[in-house]
Design a protein around this ligand. Structure first.
Ligand SMILES: NC(=O)c1ccc[n+]([C@@H]2O[C@H](COP(=O)([O-])OP(=O)(O)OC[C@H]3O[C@@H](n4cnc5c(N)ncnc54)[C@H](OP(=O)(O)O)[C@@H]3O)[C@@H](O)[C@H]2O)c1
Length: 278
C-alpha cells in the first residue's frame, strides 16, 4: 500500500531535505510550497514528490490543498508540520504584530493544517518540527520559543484528547541546523527593528547586534538538515515512536538544562549571555 505524507514548508531546508529523503525511501510525498518555481524544483527532485500550494496562514489555501490531496488519497500516513519562521526581539518593545505573525505561522498554521486534514489522519503520525527553543531558555527570541512551546502543548493535548490510539504525535526538537531560516530571521528582525522608536533600539543595541552576529554564525555552523530528515524517516518507520526527540548536542544540553530549577537556569542564562556579548 502507498504511504502518503504531507509536509509543509518544503521549498527549502529541513522540509525539502525531508521530502526528498522520504521520496527516496518509497513514500509518496505531498510537498507544501508557496511559489510555482519551488513546486517545479521540488518535483524535479524525485517522481514520488507532488508539490501542493500551502500557505499555512491562509485557510483557503489549506482547503485547496486538501482538495488536491483528496483527488489522490483519503488517507495520510503522516503529516509533518514543518513550515516556520523566527521572530526575535526584547519583550519590552517587540511590536505585538510580530508576535501575532510568529504565532500565526508556527502555531495557528500547524493547527489549521491539522484541523483541515483530520479526516485523513485517522491512524497517522503527526510530526511537528518544534525546536530546542521549546525548552524556553533563550532571551531575545521569546516569540519563537513561546511559539514552539505552544505548538508542543497544543499537539500533545490533541494526542491525549484523540479517541483513536493509533494517532501518534511526535515533537522533533532540533538544535542549530544549517538552513536559510537564519538569514531570513536577520532580514525579518532588521525590518522589525527599523520600525522601533530610537529609544528602544538604543537600550538594546548591543543585544540586537549580538543576535545578528549569532544568526550569521549559526547559518554556517549548524548541523546539516539531513540529520533531521534521517530522524523523521526513522520516526515514520517506528510503530511506537517517543513523543519527543532532540537533534544535536546543543538541543540535548538545552533539554537537560531546562530540568534545573528556574532560578538556576536564569542565573546561568544571564551569565552566559553576558559572557558571549563581551
Ligand atoms: N534551522 C534551524 O536551526 C532550526 C532549528 C530548530 C527548528 N527549526 C524549525 O524547522 C522548520 C523548518 O525551518 P528551516 O530551518 O528548514 O528553514 P527554511 O529553509 O527557511 O524553511 C522554512 C520553510 O517554511 C516555509 N514557510 C514560511 N512561512 C510559511 C507560510 N506562511 N506558509 C507555508 N510555508 C511557510 C518556507 O517557505 P517559503 O520558502 O515559501 O518562505 C520554507 O519552506 C521551522 O519550523 C523551524 O522553526 C529550524
Amino acid at each position: 500500500m502507498e504511504k502518503y505524507v504531507l509536509i509543509t514548508g518544503a521549498s527549502s531546508g529541513i522540509g525539502k531535505t525531508t521530502a526528498i529523503k522520504l521520496a527516496q525511501n518509497g513514500f509518496r510525498v505531498f510537498a507544501g510550497v508557496r511559489k510555482e518555481e519551488d513546486k517545479i524544483a521540488v518535483e524535479n527532485e524525485n517522481p514520488n514528490i507532488t508539490g501542493v500550494f500551502i500557505d499555512v496562514t491562509s485557510q483557503e489555501s489549506i482547503r485547496n490543498a486538501f482538495d488536491e490531496v483528496k483527488k489522490v488519497t483519503d488517507n495520510l500516513y503522516a503529516l509533518i508540520n514543518n513550515a516556520g519562521i523566527a521572530y526575535a526581539g526584547a519583550v519590552e518593545c517587540i511590536p505585538l504584530e510580530s508576535i501575532q505573525k510568529q504565532f500565526d505561522i508556527n502555531v495557528f498554521g500547524a493547527i489549521r493544517v491539522a484541523q483541515q486534514f483530520m479526516p485523513m489522519l485517522c491512524s497517522a503520525k503527526i510530526v511537528n518540527i518544534s525546536s530546542m527553543a521549546s525548552f524556553g531558555l533563550f532571551p531575545f527570541i521569546s516569540p519563537y520559543c513561546a511559539s514552539k512551546r505552544a505548538l508542543d502543548i497544543f499537539f500533545n493535548a490533541l494526542m491525549l484528547e484523540c479517541k483513536n490510539p493509533e494517532l501518534k504525535v511526535v515533537s522533533i526538537k532540533p538544535g542549530v541546523i544549517k538552513t536559510k531560516i537564519w538569514e531570513k530571521s536577520i532580514d525579518v528582525n532588521k525590518r522589525v527593528m527599523e520600525g522601533l522608536p530610537e529609544k528602544s533600539v538604543e537600550k538594546y543595541r548591543r543585544e540586537f547586534e549580538y543576535l545578528v552576529k549569532n544568526a550569521e554564525k549559526n547559518k554556517d555552523k549548524g548541523l546539516e538538515p539531513e540529520k533531521v530528515a534521517d530522524l523523521i524517516l526513522k520516526v515514520l518507520c517506528l510503530r511506537n515512536p517517543k513523543p519527543s526527540y532532540t537533534v544535536g548536542r546543543d538541543a540535548r544540553a538545552a533539554e537537560i538544562f531546562s530540568k534545573l530549577p528556574l532560578c538556576v537556569t536564569n542565573f546561568f542564562t544571564k551569565y552566559i549571555l553576558k559572557k558571549r556579548m563581551d
